[in-house]
Design a binder for this molecule. Structure first.
Ligand code: FES
Length: 96
């Protein structure tokens, strides 16, 4: 489904972890490190479509907490998985 990351449009299928597409997604200016939910560098804000993404795992929650993220819209991009395709689009923006 359509995912807009920092203004760039990607077509990402349901069930694929965004970390598997890090080489593509980093072209939109998202930085990746571990791609495994540990380092926290890929943090970004889901400004639209959060309800269509899988809930964060405990591990993601822990990394988010460690990096000081407080809003539920703040997520680790590498850990995102589309679960529900009923959203018109998913929009993600990184801080910089
Ligand atoms: S790249 Fe390390 S947490 Fe996402």
């Amino acid at each position: 489904m359509k995912v807009r990351i920092n203004g760039r449009i990607f077509n990402i299928p349901k069930g694929v972890r965004f970390g598997e597409l890090s080489h593509e997604i980093e072209k939109a200016g998202i930085e990746f490190g571990c791609t495994d939910g540990q380092c926290g560098v890929c943090i970004a804000r889901v400004v639209k479509g959060l309800e269509c993404l899988r809930e964060p795992s405990e591990e993601e929650e822990e990394t988010l907490w460690r990096t000081g993220a407080v809003d539920e819209e703040e997520r680790l991009t590498c850990q995102l998985v589309i679960e529900d395709e009923s959203c018109e689009e998913i929009v993600i923006e990184s801080e910089d």
